[in-house]
Design a protein. Structure first.
Length: 84
C-alpha cells in the first residue's frame, strides 16, 4: 500500500468526522479545500519545516477561523498514516 493511499481514498464525509473529533467546524466547501490541500501536500505532512507552511496555508483557507494549534493537531493526526 502506498503511504499516501489513506488520504487519497478518504472521503469528504470521513474527513468531516475527523474534523469533528478535533472540534473543528468549518463549511463543507472549506472542508473540501482543506482535504485537497492535505492530499496535494503529503510531503509537507511528513516534513516539519514544510508542515509549518502548510499550517499557514490552511489557516488562510479558513480566514483564520482555525488556530494554528488546531491545524497542527490535524496534520499530526495524518503523520502516522504517511509512514505506512
Amino acid at each position: 500500500m502506498s503511504p499516501f493511499h489513506y488520504l487519497s481514498i478518504l472521503s469528504l464525509n470521513e474527513f468531516s468526522k475527523i474534523l469533528e473529533l478535533y472540534d473543528i467546524h468549518v463549511s463543507r466547501t472549506t472542508q473540501a479545500k482543506i482535504l485537497r490541500a492535505l492530499r496535494n501536500n503529503t510531503y509537507a505532512i511528513m516534513n516539519h519545516t514544510y508542515s509549518v507552511i502548510l499550517e499557514d496555508y490552511i489557516c488562510g483557507l479558513t480566514d483564520h477561523q482555525l488556530s494554528r494549534n488546531d491545524v497542527h493537531l490535524l496534520i499530526d493526526y495524518f503523520k502516522p498514516y504517511m509512514n505506512v
